[in-house]
Design a protein around this ligand. Structure first.
Ligand code: FEO
Length: 165
């Protein structure tokens, strides 16, 4: 049985993952409204991926005979200064999530919850990928600058994403 303090922390992380899903979904609206449907589609898939992360923790906690407590999801921002700023915020958010996952892992060590540590290892590895993906897009957008043709090429490239992984 997972300790109550760890159950509370896992429930917080479920909420964080669902917030991330909301955030990416809100970002996708911003892009869609600017006719960047490739970026919007990519962000929608990212949103679905975050829901998957939340559900992975949800299912794990239930499998451990814990109690899932779903809390309210905060409203994400709806306005962004630019596409670059939007992806910079996505990148910053992923860094924050990495810190939260690391703190959760640290708590699992303190609580000697070995199964939780093993489960969280997937998230630790996943965050490396999540940070890299968002920082690569930021780097490309910085190179693109005000070049609309290049932005449309990136829109096509990201629009080719076919799965939420
Ligand atoms: Fe659930 Fe983007 O990390």
């Amino acid at each position: 049985m997972v300790s109550q303090i760890l159950q509370d922390a896992i429930n917080d992380q479920i909420n964080n993952e669902f917030y991330a899903s909301y955030l990416y979904l809100s970002m996708s609206v911003y892009c869609e409204k600017r006719n960047l449907s490739g970026l919007a589609g990519w962000l929608k898939m990212q949103s679905a991926e975050e829901t998957g992360h939340g559900m992975k923790l949800f299912d794990f906690l239930m499998d451990c005979d814990g109690t899932v407590v779903l809390k309210g999801i905060a409203q994400p921002p709806t306005q962004f200064d630019s596409i670059l700023s939007l992806f910079e915020q996505a990148c910053e958010h992923e860094k924050k999530v990495t810190t939260l996952i690391n703190e959760l892992y640290e708590l699992a060590i303190q609580e000697k919850a070995f199964a939780v540590q093993t489960h969280l290892q997937w998230f630790v590895t996943e965050q490396v990928e999540e940070e890299k993906t968002s920082s690569d897009i930021v780097a490309k957008l910085k190179l693109i600058g005000d070049d609309v043709a290049s932005l449309l090429a990136l829109d096509r490239e990201l629009g080719s994403r076919t799965s939420a992984e």
